[in-house]
Design a protein around this ligand. Structure first.
Ligand code: SF4
Ligand code: SF4
Length: 367
């Protein structure tokens, strides 16, 4: 029976997705996009919006992962992991405990708190959980976002439900283009049709209301409920279930597509780990200033999870007017300006930042 495995994986997925923002690495959520500073916290590291090559790396990795999972394992995401399926399955399972008569009403009522949990979880991926809980119903922006999300998720779950999977979901439409003849799918064994008892138990349990006996349907979410329902009857007759998983997992495509996905993941990690702990950018301002004075703007990115105390200096024969001691909290960016006073003529200006024994960056700028 597949159902107990599916339920276990669904519960694990729900706990993981809800709990991930609470997992703190280097004092930040394991996965969170910070809108005001446009940076993505990802498992103890940070990706700034200006780091396009890393964003492209992340996108490439996920595109390959989606292609690999879909080509080889078919609709495994839809039937086993998709939050939409998980929410509908869990609310349906709990509602069943209240009897057939009240099942539908209880399920719709249960979806109210579940939708609220989904809405607040979505916010946690943008605003730290503690801040969300403190500001909810205090900050009008946060409260409005929460209420809009809650209503949207609830209406989608209660009124579209499985219809979303069969008619709107863009991933479901993409799947048809990616499948090949060996993709893992749930299929009715037509060769044994003469021995099928035509009890239609497989049809009664199907959450999207299709008859698997009529052939493959793009609406099937591969939940395996029809296999379980058929197995109850067919095993009594010493036969395997008529609908069953069909496909070939171990084949050349598995290895080259899987290999490409792993290679993209490793490349992404290497790019992340090989970044300097500090990025230091300097530009000269064009502001009109008295002779011998120039103004420079600098931006310093702390890419690490530790605070940095840095000293701004120049080895050239100049005087720096402005803040020299710079404090950068973890994963922060510091923007500032410094006036440079020179007595003689200089061809170039060198600006250094140093401190903490971790980073010394030097930029050379024409005066
Ligand atoms: S549940 Fe099995 S035996 Fe019954 S109709 Fe479906 S495929 Fe045939
Ligand atoms: S046909 Fe079977 S696997 Fe497909 S959605 Fe219906 S019950 Fe699930």
């Amino acid at each position: 029976m597949w159902k107990p495995y599916r339920r276990a994986i669904e519960i694990l997925q729900a706990v993981m997705l809800t709990g991930l923002p609470f997992l703190s690495i280097n004092d930040q959520s394991a996965l969170r996009f910070d809108i005001p500073t446009l940076k993505l916290y990802v498992f103890g590291s940070v990706i700034w919006i200006r780091e396009l090559y890393l964003i492209l790396g992340v996108s490439l990795f996920f595109l390959l992962l989606i292609a690999f999972v879909t080509v080889i394992f078919g609709r495994v995401w839809c039937g086993w992991l998709c939050p939409q399926t998980v929410l509908l399955d869990l609310s349906q399972s709990i509602a069943k405990l209240f009897g057939r008569k009240h099942q539908k009403t209880v399920q719709i009522l249960l979806q109210l708190p579940l939708s609220a949990l989904v809405a607040i979880t979505m916010i946690w991926y943008f605003v730290p959980p503690a801040e969300t809980l403190n500001s909810l119903f205090v900050s009008s922006t946060l409260t409005s976002f929460f209420l809009v999300l809650w209503v949207a998720v609830y209406l989608e779950l209660a009124f579209l439900g499985r219809g979303f999977c069969t008619s709107i979901c863009p991933y479901a439409m993409l799947q048809n283009a990616l499948f090949d003849k060996d993709t893992l799918l749930i299929e009715y064994d037509v060769s044994r049709d003469a021995t099928c008892m035509k009890c239609d138990e497989c049809v009664k349990v199907c959450p999207v209301g299709i008859d698997i006996k009529k052939g493959l349907s793009s609406a099937c979410i591969a939940c395996a409920d029809c296999i379980d329902a058929c197995r109850v009857l067919s095993e009594k007759r010493g036969m395997p279930p008529f609908p069953n998983y069909k496909g070939r997992i171990l084949r050349p495509k598995t290895f080259w597509l899987g290999g490409a996905t792993v290679a993209a993941g490793v490349l992404l990690l290497l790019l992340l780990w090989s970044r300097p702990p500090v990025d230091f950018l300097v530009t000269r301002d064009n502001a009109p200033l008295p002779s011998g004075l120039n103004r420079y703007s600098y931006t310093i990115y702390n890419n690490g999870g530790k605070p940095l105390d840095l000293e701004l200096s120049s080895p050239d024969n100049v005087t720096l007017i402005g803040e020299h001691s710079l404090v950068l909290p973890p994963f922060s960016v510091l923007r500032g300006r410094i006036l440079v006073k020179s007595t003689g003529k200089l061809e170039q200006l060198h600006l250094n930042i140093s401190g903490g024994g971790i980073a010394i960056n030097r930029e050379s700028v024409f005066l």
